[in-house]
Ligand binder design. Structure first.
Ligand code: PGA
Length: 250
């Protein structure tokens, strides 16, 4: 059985006071929903404080990016060993915003994935096509390449300690979600290329009102949640939907 997983991606949002209140509410709200593993990936400066607040709680935490290097003269970068020091369990790797806005190539993403694994961090590897790639019928080709470059250099077995997230770029922050059939089709395609136990999350405008339908799909194991992870009630409702799906699917 693949354990359900819901991850909040705060992106560049939050402040110390609002983080505290949000996490307090989320920790309370997910109490009793043990069928779903939960985590939040937060901006670097908040990691120390959040590590203190969440110590002993069921909510794990992680970062949204890391350097491919372990240390050195890389001004402005943050390494995997640093994230480990702050109790991170997860780190998002290859998010489309990193690929598109910060020029991360498949090779850089593969190196970051390796850097995370080398320190015992679990990478959440994001793959996904743009709208023009989807319109050109290239969805499978794109996600296959994004996955293959990482697995070619890290080995398929590395997926034992990683999570995959399918995030169609055209659905991120746009309010335009992939239909559950569109998501399922790509998840099934990816499923054939990962390990049987690898969790594949869907991300892209997941909200309380569409989460249940997406999570009901056989190959959707949970979600990577952006906007809705900033509102406690919405994030909790998404976790509740995952818990109900877990009950139904086993
Ligand atoms: P969204 O973001 O839920 O706001 O679309 C998802 C993501 O980018 O991880």
């Amino acid at each position: 059985m693949r354990y359900r997983f819901v991850v909040g991606n705060w992106k560049m949002h939050g402040n110390r006071a609002s983080n505290r209140a949000l996490l307090e509410a989320v920790v309370k709200g997910i109490d009793g929903l043990e069928a779903v593993e939960c985590a939040v990936c937060v901006p670097f400066p908040y990691l120390g404080e959040i590590a203190g607040q969440l110590a002993g709680a069921r909510l794990a935490w992680g970062a949204q990016n890391l350097s491919e290097h372990a240390q050195g003269a890389f001004t402005g970068e943050v390494s995997a060993p640093m994230l480990v020091e702050f109790g991170c369990r997860y780190v998002i790797v290859g998010h489309s915003e990193r690929r598109q806005l910060f020029g991360e190539t498949d090779c850089v993403v593969a190196a970051k994935y390796a850097a995370a694994l080398a320190q015992g961090l679990k990478p959440i590897l994001c793959v996904g096509e743009t709208l023009s790639q989807r319109d050109a019928g290239q969805t499978e080709e794109v996600v296959e390449r994004q996955l293959r470059v990482v697995l070619d250099s890290n080995g398929k077995k590395s997926l034992e300690n990683a999570v995959v997230a399918y995030e169609p770029v055209w659905a991120i922050g746009t309010g335009r979600t992939a239909t559950q059939e569109q998501a399922q089709a790509v998840h099934a395609f990816l499923r054939a290329r990962v390990l049987p136990e690898t969790r594949i999350l869907y991300g892209g405008s997941v909200k309380p009102d569409n989460a249940a339908a997406l999570f009901a799909m056989p190959d959707v194991d949970g979600g990577l949640i952006g906007g809705a992870s900033l509102v406690a009630g919405d994030f909790i409702a998404v976790v509740q939907a995952a818990a109900r799906a877990a009950q139904r699917k086993g």
